[in-house]
Design a protein around this ligand. Structure first.
Ligand code: PLP
Length: 395
């Protein structure tokens, strides 16, 4: 009889968002018609920009024309998009070959699939609080997981240390949920650590487009030595509103080699076996993001979210509440006031101010006592939520 993958039994129920939805539903059942101010969402609220929409329409028309129609796309990505992405990196001072860029249907897919490249016996280091998929994908594969806690004392940016020795090192910068971002200097310490130990860094750059500080790198490949120890996973979800359209890209340098095997070649082999590429239409829409017009327009959308962040940060500053994030990321990570626990604060915000946020405890044990606000909501609701938060916590 076939045996299932027994590691699925080791997965913990993803109770965080389920629990939030249950509590919210119960509140609405008791208070019909109440308006909730949703600062919990990790999804964008603004539509795709004009340049992308135009490119999508044109690509649909191509598919209706015998001479311009496209069937299967190259598995690793359309040359026009790989070229546009590599050129985008070059503009920021990082040289990449087009075939070091792989087009994907989003970072989530890649974060799971990429694990195919590594031995099942290899260990994975998760810096917590963390995006829950890192842990779950490794549990499914039966890998040994090391949890590295971070906290207020290091600004949620842990340093390499003896307990961090693992084969795979997950780094998410700017981070979800904390919004904290590694400076070049701090990231360089992780790059050196990985090279010294023969580890590979899986660098999740899903939020790089939100970086404001000059000292924070947009790509790990801005750091010397990263090409021999890192894979970068990127997404157009938050950068350009592609959460429902689905497009991302992954950079695997040819210099990344372990035990004589080149991960770039292995990924080509993997993709050509396990995918038939991303749709032509979506890749055309994605290429528009990297045009001058596209870059200008996505920037305008990001600025709307950044203004939301400013409104919330001003209130937290005035209340003297400790937080990080907000500046280089669309998330603000705050310390629950008065020593409240994450869920206790959640309940107070919901019942007394009709605000829905995300309890930090759901991102790892060291997130207890902290709380995440997302800045992806609409500006009017965010302003009203900030005013309610201010009133509630000044009482
Ligand atoms: N990585 C992080 C840190 C995220 O927060 C998210 C989505 O919220 C993803 C990856 C997934 O992005 P995508 O929509 O490209 O699958």
């Amino acid at each position: 009889m076939i045996k299932p993958n027994r590691h699925y039994a080791d997965l913990k129920d993803s109770y965080l968002f389920y629990h939030i939805a249950q509590k919210t539903k119960a509140y609405l059942a008791e208070h019909p018609g109440a308006h909730l101010y949703r600062l919990g969402i990790g999804d964008v609220s603004l539509p795709l920009c004009g340049a992308v929409i135009r490119a999508l329409h044109e690509a649909v028309d191509d598919q209706s024309d015998k001479d311009r129609f496209h069937g299967y796309m190259p598995e690793c990505g359309a040359p026009f998009l790989r070229e546009a992405i590599a050129a985008h990196y070059r503009k920021r001072g990082t040289s990449l070959d087009d075939d070091e860029v792989f087009v994907s249907s989003g970072a989530s897919d890649e974060l799971g699939d990429i694990l195919d490249l590594f031995d099942r016996q290899s260990s994975a280091l998760i810096m917590e609080p963390a995006y829950p998929a890192y842990v779950d994908a490794n549990v499914m594969a039966g890998r040994r997981i090391l949890h590295l806690s971070s906290g207020e004392e290091n600004g949620f940016l842990p340093e390499p240390c003896e307990e961090a020795r693992a084969d795979l090192l997950y780094i998410c910068s700017p981070n979800n949920p904390t919004g904290a971002a590694f400076s070049r200097e701090k990231l360089a310490r992780w790059v050196d650590f990985a090279n010294e130990n023969g580890s590979v860094i899986l660098f999740d750059a899903a939020y790089e487009a939100f970086i404001e500080d000059e000292t924070v790198p947009h790509s790990i490949f801005e750091i010397d030595g990263a090409k021999t120890c890192a894979i970068e996973i990127c997404s157009l979800s938050k950068t350009a509103g592609f959460t429902g359209t689905r497009l991302g890209y992954t950079v695997i340098p040819k210099a990344l080699v372990r035990s004589g095997m080149r991960f770039n070649d292995m990924w080509v082999r993997n993709r050509t076996t396990k995918t038939n590429g991303v749709s032509y239409i979506i890749q055309k829409g994605g290429a528009a993001v990297f045009t001058e017009e596209g870059q200008r327009q996505i920037r305008e959308n990001i600025l709307v979210y950044k203004r939301n962040a400013r409104v919330l940060m001003d209130v937290l500053d005035a209340l003297g509440i400790w937080y990080c994030g907000g500046k280089n990321a669309p998330y603000i990570w705050l310390k629950c006031p008065g020593g409240m626990g994450s869920w206790e604060f959640f309940d107070r915000l919901l019942t007394e101010a009709q605000i829905v946020g995300t309890p930090g405890e759901g991102f790892g044990a060291c997130g207890e006592g902290f709380f995440r606000f997302s800045t992806f909501g609409n500006p009017e609701d965010t302003k009203e939520a900030a005013a309610r938060l201010s009133r509630l916590l000044s009482e």
